[in-house]
Design a protein around this ligand. Sequence first.
Ligand code: ATP
Ligand code: MG
Length: 506
Amino acid sequence: MANKKYVISIDQGTTSSRAIVFDHDGQIVSVGQLEHEQIFPHAGWVEHDPKEIWNNTREAIGQALSKASITRHDIVSVGITNQRETTVVWDKFTGEPVYNAIVWQDTRTQKIVEELSADGGKERFKSIVGLPLDTYFAGTKIKWILDNVEGARERAEAGDLLFGTTDSWVIWNLTGGVNGGVHVTDVTNASRTLLMDIRTLQWREDIAQVFGIPTSMLPEIKPSSGEFGIVEDNQLLREVPITGVLGDQQSATFGQAAFDAGESKNTYGTGCFLIFNTGEEVVESENGLLTTVGYKLGDEPTHYALEGSIAVAGSLVQWLRDNLRMIDSAPEIEKLAKTVEDNGGAYVVPAFSGLYAPYWRPDARGAIVGLTRYVNRGHIARAVQESTAYQTADVMDAVNKDSGVPLTELRVDGGMTANEDLMQFQADILGVDVVRPAVTETTALGAAYAAGLAVGYWSDLGELKTNWAEGKRWTPNMDEAERERLLRLWHKAVTKSFDWVDDDVN
Ligand SMILES: Nc1ncnc2c1ncn2[C@@H]1O[C@H](COP(=O)(O)OP(=O)(O)OP(=O)(O)O)[C@@H](O)[C@H]1O
Ligand SMILES: [Mg+2]
C-alpha cells in the first residue's frame, strides 16, 4: 500500500455527480463535477436520466484523476455516496433503464401511498422499517414503475429487471454492467426503501409482497464499509476495490466524524437534512422524525439515527434563479437579500413536495404569505433564505424533544453554508452556535472514510476524529422576543400551506 496515497469518493448527488480524491488527512486533492438535467414532466414529477448520470460519473472520475495527475495505481479504494431514495429500474440483460430515475422529491406516488395506507394507516410499517408511508421513499416509486411502465411487471416477475438507488446503479455499471456487474447496496440506502427491516437489515418479503415488488429485483444489502466489488477492466479505476457506500446524509454525518450517540449534523444542499446519532439503539420518534440506519462497519454493530428531512432548501434558491429569474446564480441571493433590513413581513413555505419533517403533510403546497404592497424582491430573497433556517428550527425542536437533551451547537455543511448571512440567521433563530468544519465536502468525505477504513488506509474512528477541524463558528445575536415573534409568524405561515391538494390538483 506504500505507493497508494489516496481514496476516491464518488458523490452521485441530486443536482450533480462529483468525484473527489482525498488524502490521508481527509483533505481534498482534486474534484471532478458535472451537473445533470432536472426533468420536470408534470407538476410534482421530478426525473433524471440514469444514462446521463452514469456518463457524468465516469467523466467526473476522469476529471478528478487528471486534475490530481494520478492514475488508478495511486488509489487504494473507491467510496460511493448518493442521493437516496431516487429509484432506477433497469434490464439486467441490456443494461437499459426501463424508465427515467424517479427522484426522491417526486410526488406522483401520492395515490399509491393512500391505497397502501387504507389498511393500517401511514405508519403501518413504521415500527419495522422506521419510516411512514410517503411518496419520498423508494418503495412507492418502484411500485409506480411496475404499475405504469408497459410490460415492466411481467419482466420483473421473470427476473429480468433490477432495482437500485443510484449507488447500486453506479456500482453495477462500474463492476461490469451486463458483463457480471454486481447488484448491491448498503444498509443506509436500503433503510430508505420502506422494504428493509431496520433491525435485521434484511428485505421483508411480506412488505415487498404488499407493494407487489418481486424481491428478485432488490440488491444484496451490505454493511457500509467492506467489500462491494472490483471495478471492471475497461474503466479508469480498473481493479480498484469499491469498499465504502453510504447514502448522502449518512455519509455527511460520517464525514463530520459524528460517530457516537448524541452527535449530529445538518447538511444544506438541494434539501436539508439533520441527522442525530442514537448509537446502537433504534429510537422511535414521537415528533415526526424518521428512524434510519446511520452506518455499519463490517461485522460491527449497526449504528442508528433519527433524521429530520426537509425536502426544499437550496432548490428554493434555484427556483428563484431558474423559474422566477430574480438572480443569475445561487450565491447572488446574498446580495439581493442584503438590500433590505428584514423580510418585510413575507414568509415563503416551500412545500413543493408537500412538507416532510416534522409535519409530513403531502397535501401541502408552496405558499408565499404576509404580502403587502410594501414587499419587494429583496424581501422575497430574504424570506427564501430564512425559510431554510426556520425549517431547520422545526426539525431541531423535534430532535430536542425526542432526545430530551437539547443540542448545544449545530454542526453544518453543504453548499448553502457558504451563505454567511444565512448561517448567522440560523444561529440567531436556533439560539445555539452553528459550526462549519474546515472541509465542507463532508458528503464525499464520509464515503471516502468508509472505503479507507475497510482496507486499512485509516486504522479506526479515533484517527478520523482527529481529522475534523473547525472552520467557522456563528454565535446567536438576536433577542429572545424577536426570535419568538419570527417563529410564531413562520408557524402561522406553515399552516397556510396545508390542505391544498385535492383529487384534481397535483
Ligand atoms: N450562497 C448561497 N446561498 C444560498 N444557497 C446557495 C448558495 N450557494 C449555493 N446554494 C445552494 O446550495 C445548493 C448546492 O449545495 P450542494 O452543492 O451541497 O448541493 P448538492 O450536493 O449539489 O445537492 P445534491 O447532493 O442534492 O445534488 C444549491 O441548491 C444552491 O442553490
Ligand atoms: Mg450533496
